[in-house]
Design a protein around this ligand. Sequence first.
Ligand SMILES: NC(=O)c1ccc[n+]([C@@H]2O[C@H](COP(=O)([O-])OP(=O)(O)OC[C@H]3O[C@@H](n4cnc5c(N)ncnc54)[C@H](O)[C@@H]3O)[C@@H](O)[C@H]2O)c1
Length: 277
Amino acid sequence: MTDISKPPFKNILITGAAGALGSVLRESLRPYAEQLTLSDRAPLGEVRANERHFVCDLADRNAVFDMMKGVDMVIHLGGAPRENTFQVILDSNIAGSYHIYEAARQESVKRVIYASSVHAIGFYECTQTIDANVPQRPDSLYGVSKTFVENLSRYYFDKFGLESMCVRIGSCFPKPVDRRMLATWLSYDDFSHLCIQALMTPSVGHMIVYGNSNNSANFWDNTQAGYLGYHPKDSADAYRAEVYANTPIGDPRHPAVRFQGGQFAADGHFEDDPNNR
Ligand SMILES: NC(=O)c1ccc[n+]([C@@H]2O[C@H](COP(=O)([O-])OP(=O)(O)OC[C@H]3O[C@@H](n4cnc5c(N)ncnc54)[C@H](O)[C@@H]3O)[C@@H](O)[C@H]2O)c1
């Protein structure tokens, strides 16, 4: 981890702060900001020493503009974290992210670190190694919303100079639990390290990087993350025997096994009758 003697930032906003990854960063980013602004529509618990809380929906434009006041860095995690109805994706992920970017521009925020996803490129095959410059191939409406924000963030950088780091997170959970995650797993500690490097690197312009740990199985050429000094310490390899023992070998022709997006690539449209998907 980077050494710091005093908080390098005045006010870091974390959206989705009540969620799984938000709760991780609420702890690990504490030393990095004089104040953490935490936002979620779910309760955020007790207000701790250097925190301010905003319980609101990201679809509420005025609320997002309020929470952005005085913020210098944003970690944008809030939104639907998986496939949902188009209306939910539209309100939470698309409109919500637009509000974040537009408020960040008006408040002269330096940088947004955005939780993109493997599902922005989920229709590449697991046998392919791709870098961050390949065309987007979303595997779901959720994935489409991630590609939208990757492009929104590029627009805000090219036109207004608002920097962004889009992290295509693989599977960020306490441990890998299926065979696909042997390639896509990102440990909580490596996630924190990646976000800290994304905050501390003096200039990032607009970048897309992949978020996975140091796994032997790997779909991604993450050369660009090297610029950040991201050196993952954990590896899904430590769980390989356990995963093999607990999960069957899948049919390599099945879309959930064939494509990097896994089950998201195999599922039908979320709003169809589940019996006919
Ligand atoms: N965990 C992973 O493996 C993974 C992988 C790829 C991408 N991501 C992305 O990382 C982010 C965080 O994921 P997570 O695993 O912590 O999910 P999570 O569901 O635990 O957290 C998401 C949070 O966003 C909040 N939220 C949802 N819609 C909202 C809205 N309209 N307004 C305000 N708050 C809203 C929820 O209340 C929740 O607390 C998400 O954007 C997700 O798409 C996660």
